[in-house]
Design a protein. Structure first.
Lengths: 118, 551
């Protein structure tokens, strides 16, 4: 399951346990997690700093902007955005898709790995 | 739907009330009309009866033969002015009516007075009698002459019963005999009709064909020209402003009998009870309508309350489903993720990483278990099916167990309590759950690395537990909602179903204790609760355990 290319990934989630999991799994998948953020604003700052290939972001990020808004603001950026969330509704899917982001359910790690590798 | 139905019912009820009131008013009005008509008819009939009686009295007087010849001589009148035999004949007639205040006159065919009794001025004999209607009498037609103030036998105005005297039936008129009758408030006739009066304002009057009041129960108008109302001589019943009149002719004398009374007095006896009945009916109807309205309004309100309650219940259910499904997903998907990583990368992982990953999967599994237990417990509590097995529980030990069971809390948990056990009567499983939930709440609402105090003791003969954090504390709103279902702290990143403290409250209350939230001095919040203390040397409730608990 090791990815063909080593990608630079930014992860954003307000749940530390999820960040721990992604950090571990994406490293084992052969990617480099360049930064992890606990909220949306922080994710955008870290993006500007690291310019990763992929941004994995939860929909719900606590107070501040949500994951779809992060995707929207990164729409013109070259990075691929993956919305990795438990909060899957038709509205979220529509908005995320319109912002050019893929939507992956949190329970499906295999799907996330595929979405990151493109 | 219910509102529309209620509205329809209200409109129908209002219509029924309106129709009822309208029909009652119509019925009363109709009864009033009928009653009034009956009164009018009765009054008119009475007046007509009176007129007929008068007619019956005047008729014979006009056609009477008495006095057509000299009663003294039994010969025809001589009509010689001042004739002694004529005079004696008139005296006979006069003496037949000893109380009369007026007298008799004889006039010749030229209308000249030839003799008379009770003459106020003897010089009038030989003078022509100036009395309207006399001409007709002298042409052979008997009549009651209209009121005149040129009476010869009294200073008062009089009418006069005048009869022609003819030599043989249909022969030439030899003269006339007149009997004057005074028109005055105290005349015999006026006194006679006074007995018909029954009220304050009723009035019987007789008017001759020139409009002069011949007689009246109202003394002020006798002998005067009748006013417009009285002169409305059309036979029948009339209404003039605030008075009613009944008019009927007395044909034999060409008079008019008039009854007059104030309308309110005339109808008073009739319309009074009817109006009272109408008022009563209106009051009763209004009360009925008010009552109906009130009942409908209460029904409407109750129905709206019920609708709101159902809507609230529905909202609560939806919120419950939304929160629960999302909150349950988080540990479920977390667990899946860690296990999948573990499976996919088992060989690449160090022992330490494997241990860490399994630990995190375990933590998620525990979280999932706790949440699902909260959800199921809430359902059981609300169904009244949460079972309790009461024993004697040492709260200090229970608190220690709860602290040890918390996975890496990242807080400094400090238990302070007495050396001896605090023995409470409680279900150990449930108290463990309460302690865990309260500690979980404190951890979630306080910053990493901060201290959480757990103080155990007694107060007012009850076991007391207080858990204080150093978080953001509670707003007034939060203080009021802490133990409500789905109530969650505003602290950044605080998640959960919002059921934990709600369950705590239910469990503590079921134990007979109390639970509360308050602000901690110096910042943060304190959740405290009490439980019944088991006093030394006694056994309590269903428990047969010894009071002393091993530590």
């Amino acid at each position: 399951m090791t990815g063909t290319d080593r990608l630079r990934v930014l992860i954003a989630d307000n749940d530390q346990a999820v960040l721990d999991l992604l950090l571990l799994d994406l490293r084992l998948e052969g990617h480099e997690v360049v930064a992890s953020a606990l909220n949306g604003e922080n994710a955008l700052e870290l993006y500007d700093k690291h310019h990763p290939d992929v941004v994995v972001v939860d929909y719900r990020l606590g107070p501040g902007i949500n994951g779809v808004e992060v995707a929207r603001r990164l729409q013109v950026a070259p990075a691929r955005v993956v919305l990795f969330t438990n909060y899957i509704t038709s509205d979220v899917i529509t908005d995320a898709t319109a912002a050019g982001a893929a939507v992956i359910e949190k329970g499906n790690l295999n799907a996330l790995r595929r979405a990151i590798s493109g | 739907m219910t509102r529309r139905r209620d509205l329809v019912i209200a409109v129908i009820a209002a219509l029924i009330v309106v129709v009822l009131v309208a029909s009652v008013v119509t019925a009363v009005q109709s009864a009033e009309r009928n009653g009034r008509k009956a009164l009018e008819d009765l009054q008119l009939a009475q007046l007509q009866q009176l007129s007929r009686v008068l007619d019956g009295a005047f008729g014979p007087a006009l056609t009477s033969k008495v006095g057509l010849t000299n009663p003294s001589t039994r010969q025809p009148w001589t009509f010689n002015p001042g004739d002694a035999t004529d005079r004696a004949g008139l005296e006979v007639l006069q003496n037949a009516q000893p109380t009369a205040r007026t007298g008799y006159l004889l006039v010749n065919p030229e209308g000249v007075v030839t003799n008379g009794t009770l003459l106020t001025n003897p010089a009038t004999v030989g003078q022509k009698l100036d009395r309207p209607g006399l001409d007709g009498v002298l042409k052979g037609k008997p009549a009651v002459l209209v009121v005149s103030d040129k009476s010869l036998t009294t200073p008062l105005p009089t009418i006069a019963i005048a009869r022609p005297i003819q030599a043989g039936t249909g022969g030439p008129v030899a003269g006339a005999i007149l009997q004057e009758s005074d028109v005055a408030a105290d005349s015999a006739f006026t006194k006679l009709i006074t007995v018909f009066r029954r009220a304050q304002t009723d009035e019987y009057s007789f008017i001759d064909n020139t409009g002069v009041v011949v007689s009246s129960t109202n003394p002020a108008i006798v002998g005067t020209k009748a006013d417009d109302v009285l002169r409305d001589t059309t036979a029948g019943f009339h209404r003039h402003g605030d008075t009613v009149t009944a008019t009927t002719p007395i044909p034999s004398v060409g008079w008019t009998a008039v009854f007059r009374q104030r309308t309110n007095e005339f109808e008073g006896d009739l319309t009074g009870p009817l109006r009272s009945a109408l008022l009563l009916l209106i009051v009763v109807t209004a009360l009925g309508a008010g009552l109906t309205f009130f009942v409908l309004l209460s029904r409407l309100r109750a129905s709206r309350r019920e609708q709101k309650r159902l809507a609230d219940l529905n909202d609560t259910r939806e919120e419950f489903i939304s929160i629960v499904s999302h909150e349950l997903r988080t540990p479920a998907t977390g667990q899946l993720g860690f296990l999948q990583t573990l499976l996919d990368h088992w060989n690449e992982l160090s022992d330490e990483d494997r241990h860490k990953t399994v630990t995190q999967a375990y933590a998620n599994a525990r979280r999932l278990h706790a949440l699902s237990r909260d959800v199921l417990d809430t359902a059981s509590i609300e169904a009244g099916e949460l079972p309790y097995a009461f024993e004697v529980v040492d709260l200090v030990t229970a608190a220690e167990n709860a602290v040890h069971a918390l996975p890496a809390p990242d807080r400094e948990l400090v238990i302070s309590g007495p050396d001896q056990p605090i023995a409470a009567r409680a279900d150990p499983e449930r108290i463990q759950q309460v302690l865990t939930n309260v500690l979980d709440n404190a951890i979630k609402n306080s910053p990493s690395g901060s201290e959480i105090d757990i103080v155990i003791g007694t107060r007012d003969n009850e076991a007391l537990v207080e858990v204080s954090d150093r978080g953001l504390g509670l707003t007034d709103d939060e203080l009021g909602r802490t133990f409500e279902k789905f109530s969650r702290g505003r602290h950044t990143g605080v998640s959960g179903t919002g059921l934990g403290l709600y369950i705590c409250k239910m469990i503590v209350t079921a134990h007979g204790g109390q639970i509360w939230a308050e602000r901690r001095e110096g910042g943060g919040a304190t959740i405290g609760f009490t439980l019944p203390l088991v006093s030394a040397g006694s056994t309590d409730g269903q428990s047969s355990e010894p009071v002393t608990v091993e530590r």
